[in-house]
Design a protein around this ligand. Structure first.
Ligand code: GLA
Length: 407
């Protein structure tokens, strides 16, 4: 009897959190998840008609073909109260046909469906949270056909963070439906140290904004900028990898930064092997925005199966060089001018020695010659003989893929 009471939970937790349960076994995100999320542009102002049009644009813009998969509803999809039986319900005004009908529509266009809730008593925007309802909410999501759950951290009082996320993960597993679990506690409890066995991705910082270099206050809080988030990523690169991705937050491409800044933001997120969640209005995106978001050569860098996040080297005149080891001994190089003035690069390749103990990368350009392809211009640029000469406007990047020459 004693053993029944005490051993069963132990066996249960071993199954879910021990050797039988791990992200590797589920393998739901062998490469960083790619999709769209409503929050950055719409916050809680969402409705079924508008979202159906967005799903259509997701497909007609070529995003789906470029590899984006998940259509995720963030905060604001629920009615303000649970129903009499304690179930969450979709806001009947925003979703007159209910959530299952909308999920079916997303699936009918060849996409996967994601939804949002929160570990606390209420979501960050004040809708009903999941605390105390983990298993019933998970069953409801599974019955709707949810494929992805973003799980936030507002109104959690004294909840233990890893335990709260493990509980929800167990609830998702218990449904029998494969559901990607996106942990969103803003990096407050160092999720890179414990979330790798719990969620497929975990936010590493507070919320992003469409500001490139400056953090602009919004009264009682100050969101991050692109570069302030970037600066927090390198020290945790070793925790990144297949099925456990550091998540530097969703994209602000197409949301008001300059074209160079959008290119830099997207390229740097690809260099980090970050999840790519577009956050712009897909119905109205400009040709430039679409070109950035669907740049397959950059997406291939992000989705490289090794899943290694880039490291940084400083070059002369404060230009940063981010380096990402790729499959087949390939390497992605991202020259990044974060200053407000344009900078000239004149780099003798042979002066560059690169080594990265984490990935085993070691290149001596004085004794090895590699071919160069520019991933933003989609052009081959010869080899690493001689010098690399280019001018980088303010807040811009040059992204190259270097490959060993085939003999
Ligand atoms: C938090 C999250 C955001 C978004 C909002 C919704 O701030 O970090 O990404 O989900 O909540 O309220």
């Amino acid at each position: 009897m004693k053993c029944f009471r005490f051993c069963l939970p132990a066996v249960f937790s071993l199954f879910f959190f021990g050797t039988s349960f791990s992200q590797t076994h589920l393998n739901l995100a062998p490469t960083p998840p790619m999709g769209f999320n409503t929050w950055n542009t719409f916050q809680t102002k969402i409705s079924e008609d508008m979202l159906r049009a967005m799903v259509d644009s997701f497909v007609s813009s070529g995003m789906r073909e470029a590899g984006y998969q998940y259509f995720v509803l963030d905060d604001g999809w629920m009615a303000m109260e649970r129903d009499n039986s304690g179930s969450l319900v979709a806001d009947p005004v925003k979703f007159p046909h209910g959530m299952k009908a909308f999920a079916d529509y997303v699936h009918s266009r060849g996409l996967k469906f994601g939804i949002y809730n929160c570990a606390g008593s209420k979501t960050c925007a004040g809708y009903p949270g999941t605390r105390g309802h983990e298993y019933e909410d998970a069953r409801l999501y599974a019955s709707w056909g949810v494929d992805f759950l973003k799980y936030d951290w507002c109104n959690t009082d004294s909840l233990n963070t890893p335990e709260a996320y493990k509980t929800m993960r167990a609830a998702l597993i218990a449904t029998g439906r494969p559901i990607v679990f996106s942990i969103c506690e803003w990096g407050d409890h160092k999720p890179w140290l414990w979330a790798g066995g719990v969620g497929e991705l975990y936010r590493t910082t507070g919320d992003i904004s469409a500001s490139f270099a400056v953090r602009i206050s919004r009264g009682d809080w100050t969101p991050q900028s692109v570069t302030s988030i970037l600066d927090l990523q390198e020290s945790i690169r070793k925790y990144n990898g297949p099925n456990h991705w550091n998540d530097p937050d969703m994209l602000e491409v197409g949301n008001g930064m300059t074209d160079d800044e959008d290119k830099a933001h997207f390229s740097l997120w690809c260099m980090l092997a970050a999840p790519l969640a577009a956050g712009n209005d897909l119905r109205k995106m400009s040709a430039q925005t679409r070109e950035i978001l669907t740049n397959r050569e950059l997406i291939a860098v992000d989705q490289d199966p090794r899943g290694i996040s880039a490291f940084k080297m400083m070059l002369a005149d404060s230009v940063e060089l981010w380096v990402k080891p790729l499959k087949n001994n390939g390497i992605a190089f991202c020259f990044f001018n974060r200053s407000e003035r344009s900078k000239k690069i004149d780099l003798p390749w042979k002066d560059l020695n690169i080594s990265d103990p984490l990935s085993g990368l070691a290149i001596h350009f004085d004794s090895e010659q590699l071919s160069i392809r520019d991933l933003l211009l989609h052009k081959d640029l010869g080899t690493t003989l001689g010098n690399f000469n280019r001018t980088l406007p303010a807040h811009s990047v040059i992204v190259l893929k270097l490959s060993h020459l085939v003999n």
